[in-house]
Design a protein around this ligand. Structure first.
Ligand code: DGY
Length: 325
């Protein structure tokens, strides 16, 4: 059998590259090199496998141009950058990386919540700018977590990991989801299902987005939701930027409709809405929720393993992380 050709769109952990090299000819792109449709259309034809990032636009045009392609493995749990329907029509398998980033993202959501409620970055900048002249009784006051309601939108693996951590900080957990969790799991997480999103927004001191980006969740959080959130409340987003109408969020922050936001993802990454950059109490980070050594290696190995199995002709049911259209 001919050695398969594998394109990795940008550098990933060495162990993963070494693993792929055991069975394929591997080409590695440079950071951001494959972030446009046109370059993929020009260069992907002839490859058997694509290991891509969430910033790689694997569109219908890209998939139809790659006549030899058998598998696309996304280096991410989200796969909104891939046209899964077209891939299945063309018989191209699509894989993602569920489970392995749950703990890193759960940790990160908690850290982002605390950084936002306690103004870490604003306070740090204040110190670095030489403005700290001694302990201040009224300096940088923030919301305490014990007894507050964390409203989670999207109670999948990452939402649950966040809920467990927040529980340990004494928060009460409410959630909104496509479907209610089984009673046993609800009891274990000690969480309350709220079927109506506006109602969850009204009741939450912290509203956290942990849902995938789909047609239904695009701009799920808009002016209407902000008008339902209490003025002291905080919005956290580690899911996907377009779940929020960013212009509406910027307005809500500038007018004091809500008290703050912690954002790891943006509507038009890597661009950030200019009015979010100037908004008061907005923690903004460059999409790093899963960025731990352990997790990024595990993400890579899971994606690489799906590539190996597809190329070896494994049955779909033996590849646990396949996504279907
Ligand atoms: C994912 O895998 O979808 C995450 O956004 C990466 O941090």
């Amino acid at each position: 059998m001919k050695t398969p050709r594998i394109l990795i769109t940008e550098p990933i952990p060495e162990t993963v590259i070494a693993y792929l090299k055991e069975f394929g000819h591997v080409t590695i792109g440079e950071k951001g090199q494959y972030n446009t449709e046109q370059i993929l259309i020009n260069e992907l034809d002839g490859y058997d496998a694509l290991l891509c990032m969430l910033s790689t636009p694997v569109t219908k045009a890209v998939l139809t141009s790659a006549t030899n392609l058998k598998v696309v493995a996304n280096f991410a749990v989200g796969y909104n950058n891939i046209d899964v329907d077209t891939a299945s029509k063309l018989g191209i398998k699509v894989a993602n990386t569920p489970d392995v980033l749950t703990e890193a993202c759960g940790d990160f959501a908690m850290a982002l919540l605390m950084a936002t409620t306690r103004s870490f970055y604003k306070a740090e900048r204040y110190l670095r700018d030489g403005k700290f002249k001694g302990w201040e009784p009224l300096g940088f006051l923030g919301m305490e977590l014990r007894g507050k309601v964390l409203g989670i939108v999207g109670m999948g693996r990452i939402g649950q990991a966040f809920a467990q951590r927040a529980k340990a900080f004494g928060m009460k957990i409410m959630y909104h989801n496509r479907s209610q969790l089984p009673p046993l799991l609800e009891r274990e997480l000690d969480c309350t299902y709220i079927s109506n999103l506006e109602e969850l927004a009204r009741q939450s001191d912290v509203l956290s987005l942990n849902c995938p980006l789909t047609q239904e969740t695009h701009h799920l959080i808009d002016n209407h939701i902000f008008s339902n959130m209490p003025t002291h409340s905080i919005l956290i987003n580690i899911s996907r930027g377009p779940v929020i109408d960013e212009a509406a969020l910027a307005k809500a922050l500038h007018t004091g409709e809500i008290a703050g936001a912690g954002l790891d993802v943006f509507e038009n990454e890597p661009k950030v809405h200019p009015e979010l950059l100037t908004a008061p109490n907005c923690t903004i980070l460059p999409h790093i929720a899963s960025a731990t050594f352990e997790t990024r290696e595990a993400i890579g190995m899971l994606a690489a393993d799906a590539i190996k199995k597809v190329l070896e002709g494994a049955r779909d049911k033996d590849i646990s992380n396949l996504v279907t259209g």
